[in-house]
Design a protein around this ligand. Sequence first.
Ligand code: FAD
Length: 320
Amino acid sequence: MAEVLVYVDHVDGAVRKPTLELLTLARRVGEPVAVALGAGAGDTAAVLGEHGAVRVLTHDASEYADYLVVPKVDALQAAVEAVSPAAVLVPSSAEGKEIAARLALRIGSGIITDAVDLEAGDTGPVATQSVFAASFTTKSRVSKGTPVITVKPNSAAVEAAPATPAVSELSVTFSAQATGTKVTGRTPRESTGRPELTEAAIVVSGGRGVNGSENFAIIEALADSLGAAVGASRAAVDAGWYPHTNQVGQTGKSVSPQLYIANGISGAIQHRAGMQTSKTIVAVNKDAEAPIFDLVDYGVVGDLFDVVPALTEEINTRKG
Ligand SMILES: Cc1cc2nc3c(=O)[nH]c(=O)nc-3n(C[C@H](O)[C@H](O)[C@H](O)COP(=O)(O)OP(=O)(O)OC[C@H]3O[C@@H](n4cnc5c(N)ncnc54)[C@H](O)[C@@H]3O)c2cc1C
């Protein structure tokens, strides 16, 4: 069976969930071979094996932390040359997409970005994308070279598929460009304790209807009852009620969680563009004619100041 390379996103050996989702998808197309780079790369093998990686290729060098993406591209290219995979899968983060694009250019391959599903096809993997502000769903496959495909977080369930991976060191020679852009400093982001917006399984968002930064506390309380991330519409962000890092939509972040709860958000096309591929969509809006109700699975016509606290209380009670 053909092998499929999976680029591992990890922090000091702790593998992030989107990589485990990629392993689920990779198994539909071939045998997953994981590529883990940088500090702690060797520590990823156990969890990657639990999720179906048959091989883990590791490499650690200070270049991965000291410079931007090119050293990682060099390593992934070395892995492609060593394995001759049927496809290369990379998480659709900003960094992942840059790595994937540079790799595709280097190896002369076609690339598909922001896939939301992947299946085996007669002539290579077929990727599903949600395009043009989520108004069309397309299926496509790469017709040139080794397909390089980036996949959005939450596109597949994490499934255990225990394997005992063979761990080996990847031989990497860094290119002249590898040290072209040096990282000169790092500032850790202030932690809210909530999951990363683009990776969260549940997102609870607030819009203009929340009517003030202080009122976002009720959105945060609902999010915390569900272990969710907090999102915001551009109207709420422009009003200064919530940071731009939390904006969902065309000029914000694109999310695709299992559950998206929109509170006091009308459902403008630019907002929908960032959340329409969510698996289950719930909206709370006091206007029964609000366009958001056209795309929801469950809609509550009501005042969010009544509905959201009541929902939070009920969830907390049921959690016991
Ligand atoms: C180029 C461009 C890019 C854009 N990018 C984005 C983007 O990335 N993300 C984004 O979100 N927008 C974006 N926008 C803006 C977008 O067009 C809308 O203006 C914005 O999404 C509206 O935000 P909203 O739904 O919170 O506000 P509104 O449209 O004002 O809707 C507020 C809703 O809250 C409801 N409401 C009010 N009070 C309550 C209450 N007490 N209880 C329940 N419901 C209540 C109202 O009925 C209404 O439906 C962009 C626009 C442009 C032109």
